[in-house]
Design a binder for this molecule. Structure first.
Ligand code: SF4
Length: 378
């Protein structure tokens, strides 16, 4: 079963920290873009049908950009198109949206079209932080959007939060977290701000008053604790959910399962290969083909992705996946894992042959180096 991702590269402005592929778009450009996605959906469905094995999709994710700017009727057309082809009836259909305007009618149309999960960009409950981030909505608007989504029938709503913001202290972050919990959403994604090269934030990095490393550790670990206390189980480095509300689409990425991404900057992993459509809207509209990005699903990559998840890396699943290639998790790997466990970065559960290795919140904080230490020993 694959996941389907549609990138909607339109935004009504550019946030100064953002390096996602997005731009302003006229109505006619949005229409042309929708048509291109429709024809690609048909094309890919045909290609995948010819392939042996399972090609049905059980998740559809509209990411961006700001997908709601495409408009409800175009998004509904895309859902219908996907449903005609390979989307299953009980699929999770997620839509990212930004609460810059009243979304009541939009949510009603999207619920009627079959969307059943929303991911709303809140980022902070503090107006001064929202201003600094260049966001074009208020916390009040986000709360109104959640209420409107509930009225439209959405029972699975996620809010995005950002941590490590300029001038942010724990009290401020805690207030933002409690604001989300007070709206009783099912899922919260909490990301540490990363200053990306080429963004306006990168240019003025030194004057941003960013928290230092120690403060960032404190913010992240306190947030993990607070979210758990409020009933949000940490199932991934940056993702927290009420039981049963983990994002099924994103779980596919971390479990190294197959997915097809359409749109400029959208990545795919299918048939053992990774490929992507370049960040070039004109080229995409002109029919440019995706670019190959080498093989995917190597043992190292599988470990790296699994260790992002609280469910962790299962020795048994790894063996079932790679034993034909003669690859297994050797004792030197487990020895290193034991050392990291003693240092508080991970935990090992289960008996030999069925061990499960997962990172602790402290391990998540330094996941890149912990994962490197481990995968070097495969
Ligand atoms: S709304 Fe999201 S995608 Fe658009 S510019 Fe801001 S952060 Fe980037």
């Amino acid at each position: 079963m694959i996941g389907l991702y549609l990138h909607i590269p339109f935004c009504d402005g550019k946030c100064p920290y953002c390096d996602f592929y997005s731009m302003a778009g006229s109505d006619s450009l949005k229409e042309e873009y929708t048509r291109r996605l429709e024809s690609l959906l048909t094309e890919w469905e045909g290609k995948l049908r010819e392939k042996e094995g399972s090609y049905k999709a059980d998740t559809l994710y509209f990411g961006g950009g700001t997908p709601n700017l495409l408009g409800a009727s175009r998004l509904a057309r895309l859902i219908e198109n996907a449903q005609k082809g390979f989307l299953l009836e009980n699929a999770e259909i997620t839509l990212e949206a930004n609460p810059t305007s009243r979304l009541d009618a939009f949510f009603e149309e999207m619920a009627a079209a079959g969307a059943n999960r929303l991911s709303l960009g809140l980022q902070s409950a503090h107006e001064e932080e929202l201003r600094l981030l260049g966001r074009r909505h208020t916390a009040r608007q986000a709360a109104e959007a959640v209420e409107a989504a509930r009225r439209a029938g959405f029972r699975n709503i996620s809010l995005d939060l950002m941590m490590g913001l300029p001038g942010q202290n724990w009290e401020m972050l805690q207030e933002s977290i409690r604001f989300c919990a007070s709206l009783e959403v099912e899922h919260i994604s909490a990301y540490l701000l990363k200053i990306e090269p080429g963004t306006p934030f990168w240019q003025k990095k030194s004057s941003l008053n960013l928290p230092d490393e120690e403060e960032i550790c404190h913010l992240y670990l306190s947030a993990c604790e607070e979210l758990e206390k409020l009933g949000y189980f940490q199932y991934e480095i940056s993702n927290f959910a009420r039981p049963g509300f983990e994002g099924r689409h994103n779980l596919k990425y971390w479990r190294c399962e197959e997915y097809l991404g359409l749109g400029p900057a959208a990545h795919s992993y299918l048939g053992g290969k990774r490929f992507y459509y370049p960040r070039d809207l004109e080229g995409f509209l002109a029919g440019n083909l995706p670019v190959e990005d080498g093989p995917g699903g190597s043992p190292e990559e599988f470990c790296m992705l699994a260790l992002r998840l609280r469910e962790g890396l299962s020795e048994e699943i790894f063996r079932n996946r790679y034993e034909e290639e003669g690859v297994f998790l050797p004792e030197r790997f487990w020895k290193e894992a034991s050392l990291l466990e003693k240092a508080g970065f991970c935990r090992i559960e289960g008996e030999e042959g069925k061990r499960v290795l997962s990172l602790t919140p402290r391990g998540f904080l330094v996941s890149n180096s912990v994962i490197l230490e481990l995968t070097e020993r495969i």
